[in-house]
Design a protein around this ligand. Structure first.
Ligand SMILES: *Cc1c(COP(=O)(O)O)cnc(C)c1O
Length: 480
């Protein structure tokens, strides 16, 4: 039996600060050693193998010490994790993380401030507010802007639609218009808000995978006063394309409809030294989603919703007796009145230390570098008859597919190549469907990924896909 004295020794306080330092240093050493040894983005382990290993752990029998628990964790997690910092991790919107942000992560979880009320956060509240104001200024919003950190783009989009819904509370069959390449969190938010299955109207995109403004005009005309918001995407998840923000803003202004810009991915352009103009028009939005954990090299979670009119956030407030009324009267700076969360992490500290140590320009340079790499990749693919490329990205994704000699095998061959690549661990890439066909996707967020890495991975894809096509012709039952 463990004693109360032993149990207390695990809590972080003045008496245990030395132990805190020793244990965390051990954790740091392990991560350092592991990272230095990672030679591929993934080991290719299967879910069955890992589930069995983790299932065998008896959670009612602690190992007693950090060293034993960390040894166990090597087997359960660290050895077979997916490593986003590896130059051949090319799959999703996961960035390598900035060390200043990791320093922030350590501090914020150790002190464990909660951003709901001033009396649980003190300075943290004002650090968050400064970063919101900083981001709003980068967007080009005026002085009345405000916002709040969120758990991610999904939550930011949900809150943006909540505000839109409340601003148009009188509308009986509300409609939200968004582009065909928009993020599914818009549909999910509509569902959570009870807007009804018909509420999200998908506006056609053109061959360039951007929202068509003629199609938007037609939908605005068709649904008239029922439209509570248009959601434009500044950086579509699949194609990295940016909807035509100035034209969309014009139409929204003309129709008196709210504009939300989902810049979860494209927000990195806010600090780009050369490509900031791609976001022109974003300053005319009513609200903007930014995911620092997508394109500011921040660890998950680090995101925000920014609103042009700070007052819009009042729709997120609820006056709980134990938290609010007297406090509001006393003008205490409680962030809970702006958030849909209550207890909330001080994620802003990561961005703060990033800006204070590296600076925004350094972040922008890194983001520019990956956008450049995607552009080089596009050129490589355009000149390579083995592949077909979908739309040209404004950001850092590349959507393409291998073209086998037998065109009818294209879908299976590409799916097979992606799985085979991941099972080998040589690279991790993503897949998506374009107009019903199977495509492959690179999301390039690592400035360490060279164009040679990309070329090598393309060769591997071509080998796997061609092998599949050859196999299937001999043995028609090979699973794709
Ligand atoms: C990733 C993404 C989201 C969702 O953000 P999370 O942080 O994953 O919740 C929303 N919109 C776009 C365009 C995205 O790329």
């Amino acid at each position: 039996m463990t004693s109360l004295w032993q149990a207390r020794s695990h809590l972080f306080n003045d008496r245990t600060a030395g132990d805190y330092h020793r244990r965390l240093a051990e954790g740091l050493r392990r991560v350092r050693d592991r990272i230095s040894r990672v030679d591929r983005p993934f080991t290719g382990i299967t879910p069955t193998q890992l589930a069995a290993r983790i299932g065998r752990v008896d959670l009612d029998r602690p190992l007693g010490g950090a060293a034993a628990a960390l040894d166990e964790l090597e087997e359960l997690y660290l050895r077979d994790a997916v490593y986003f910092h590896h130059p051949r991790y090319l799959a999703h919107l996961n960035c390598p993380v900035a060390i200043p942000a990791l320093l922030g992560e350590l501090l914020l979880s150790s002190i464990n401030s909660s951003l709901d009320t001033w009396d649980q956060s003190a300075g943290a509240t004002f650090i968050e507010r400064r970063l919101i104001a900083w981001t709003a200024a980068r967007i080009g919003f005026g002085r009345g802007a405000d916002g709040v950190f969120t758990s991610g783009g999904t939550q930011s989009n949900l809150q943006a639609l909540l505000l839109a819904r409340e601003e148009a509370a009188h509308v009986s069959e509300p409609r939200v218009l968004t582009g065909a390449a928009g993020h599914f969190s818009v549909q999910k938010a509509a569902k959570l808000l009870g807007l009804g299955p018909e509420s999200v109207v998908v506006v056609e995109t053109g061959g360039d995978r951007r929202m068509r403004t003629d199609a938007l005009a037609a939908e605005l005309e068709r649904y008239g006063g029922a439209v509570i918001a248009v959601v434009a995407t500044a950086g579509t998840t699949d194609f990295g394309t940016i909807d035509p923000l100035p034209e969309i803003a014009d139409q929204c202004a003309l129709s008196g409809v709210r504009l939300h810009v989902d810049a979860a991915y494209g927000c990195g352009l806010l600090v780009s030294p050369t490509r900031r103009h791609l976001l022109d028009g974003i300053e005319r939005a009513d609200s903007v989603t930014v995911d620092y954990h997508k394109s500011f090299f921040q660890p998950v979670s680090c995101s925000a919703l920014i609103t042009r009119k700070g007052g819009d956030l009042r729709h997120s407030a609820f006056h709980a007796d134990y938290l609010n009324p007297a406090r509001v009267a006393a003008h205490l700076p409680d962030q809970v009145n702006k958030s849909i969360q209550t207890t909330r992490r001080f994620d802003a500290l990561k961005l703060w230390l990033t800006l204070r140590i590296m600076g925004a320009d350094a972040v922008g340079l890194l983001f520019d570098e990956v956008v450049e790499r995607a552009s080089q990749t596009w050129e490589l693919l355009a000149d390579d008859p083995r592949f077909e490329v979908a739309a040209r990205s404004a950001l850092s994704t590349v959507v393409f597919r291998f073209l086998p000699d037998e065109p009818e095998l294209a879908d299976q061959a590409n799916r097979y190549a992606r799985k085979a690549l991941s099972a080998s661990g040589a690279a991790v890439i993503a897949g998506t469907r374009v107009d019903g066909r199977e495509f492959l996707k690179f999301t390039l967020l690592n400035p360490e990924t060279t164009i040679e890495d990309v070329a090598d991975v393309l060769d591997l894809i071509a080998e796997h896909a061609a092998r599949y096509a050859a196999l299937i012709l001999e043995e028609p039952h090979v699973p794709a």
